[in-house]
Design a protein around this ligand. Structure first.
Ligand SMILES: *Cc1c(COP(=O)(O)O)cnc(C)c1O
Length: 401
């Protein structure tokens, strides 16, 4: 079996990835490329990183055997509880790692992009912790829609910069963050929130999130006496929680990987974010990936009920997993995700993030054997989505739960 974990020297997973960056960033990205591995693999970095993951984030996150869900779906279902992390999702794992790296590289200032505000909050949190100035770029429309997260970031001391260009959402915020980076390449570190962007970001983010599958291995060993599952399920926006959950299983062909991308109102409509299945290859934010674009290369605005999944592309690692067939990718529509959210809430007493609900909605689409061990990554908690859940509570089929 080929190696699905590593990029080649130029940062490609198969034909996806690379670093398509403006000249002015070349030196900065090149420096990062040359230093990131030796830093994050060093003993002193690992020590500091893992101490914060333990005492600040609250890791290891539990691997919970979901008894009632297991009975319902005829399998042995374990939930990886990233929802229990500080700030409510997996994103903090990556933000802490990159902030520590920024410090070691002597950077004085942090910038980040955010869509729904989850990565912005994680970054603002870490910057408060490490006493670093932080500016978060956010589409003006998202600033309006995600008021609570905006106020959280401000309370944490970050500057939230509303972006007025384009559709005023995540893609535009990312463009603006890259513009800032181009103006201050020497002193500024750009903390990217997912396995996207130019090499080495996708690989770096995947490695920082790989603590998830590192834990799953020993936790499964404790639960079932075997350190790998039959299936691993996760949702995919840019790809970071999925990358973390599958990282140490990528080259174990006994483990089947199933990923959920956001179908929105349906892949056949123009209201979707299923970029792996309906996208075409192009370059966005420094990387060759599958993305939603018109025939002449204009980005098509993605749609999903879940703000964390509506990026117009998917990171290069996952593009390669999809194209090679290593991962099976299914679209999950808004209504299916909502139903799955209420089901987990009623059967297990866990209110999941809308993004994670997409992974949960894979379960009714699968055919398991009774003994199959299934690990599902619950990437975040649902507090932030309560208004959406309430607005749709009458559409739920409670008899099906
Ligand atoms: C941001 C987010 C996602 C999507 O991002 P990935 O990089 O694909 O993981 C998924 N779940 C939650 C809870 C998020 O906040």
């Amino acid at each position: 079996m080929r190696d699905f974990q590593q990029t080649d020297q130029n940062g490609f997973y198969g034909s996806f990835g690379g670093a398509y960056i403006p000249e002015i960033l070349y030196k900065t990205v090149e420096n990062l490329k040359e230093s990131y591995l030796s830093v994050i693999e060093s003993e002193s970095f690992k020590k500091e990183y893992h101490a914060l993951l333990k005492d600040y984030v609250g890791r290891p996150s539990p691997l919970y055997y979901a008894k009632r869900m297991s009975e319902k779906y005829g399998c042995q279902l374990y939930l990886k509880r990233e929802d229990l992390n500080h700030t409510g999702a997996h994103k903090i794992n990556n933000a802490i790692g990159q902030a520590l790296l920024a410090k070691r590289l002597g950077k004085k200032r942090i910038i980040a992009e955010t869509g729904a505000g989850q990565h912005g909050v994680a970054t603002a949190t870490v910057c408060a912790l490490m006493n670093m100035p932080c500016r978060v770029y956010m589409g003006a429309l998202d600033v309006e829609r995600q008021h609570v997260n905006v106020e959280r970031m401000r309370m944490l001391g970050a500057e939230v910069f509303p972006v007025q260009s384009g559709n005023k959402t995540l893609k535009d915020a990312t463009n603006e963050a890259i513009r800032d980076w181009c103006c201050h390449p020497a002193d500024t570190f750009y903390i990217i929130g997912s396995t996207v962007g130019p090499h080495p970001y996708p690989d770096m983010v995947a490695r920082l999130q790989s603590v998830i599958s590192e834990e799953i291995k020993w936790q499964l060993e404790e639960h079932i006496g075997r350190d790998y599952p039959d299936y691993i399920l996760a949702c995919v926006g840019g790809g970071s929680n999925a990358a973390g959950a599958i990282y140490h299983f990528l080259n174990n062909e006994k483990v089947r990987i199933v990923l959920a991308e956001a179908g929105g109102l349906g892949m056949e409509t123009d209201k979707t974010a299923a970029s792996l299945q309906i996208g075409t290859t192009g370059i966005l934010h420094g990387s060759r990936i599958k993305l939603m674009q018109t025939a002449d290369g204009q980005i098509v605005e993605p749609y999903s009920i879940s703000a964390g999944l509506d990026y117009p592309g998917t990171g290069p690692l996952h593009c390669n997993l999809y194209e090679t067939g290593r991962a099976k990718v299914l679209a999950v529509n808004d209504d299916e995700a909502l139903q799955a959210a209420f089901e987990l809430t009623r059967l297990e007493g866990i209110i999941p993030a809308l993004e994670s609900s997409h992974a949960l909605a894979l379960l009714p689409k699968m055919k398991f054997k009774k003994d199959d061990v299934v690990v599902l990554n619950v990437s975040g908690r649902g507090d932030k989505d309560l208004n959406t859940y309430l607005a749709h509570k009458d559409e739920i089929d409670y008899d099906k739960i």
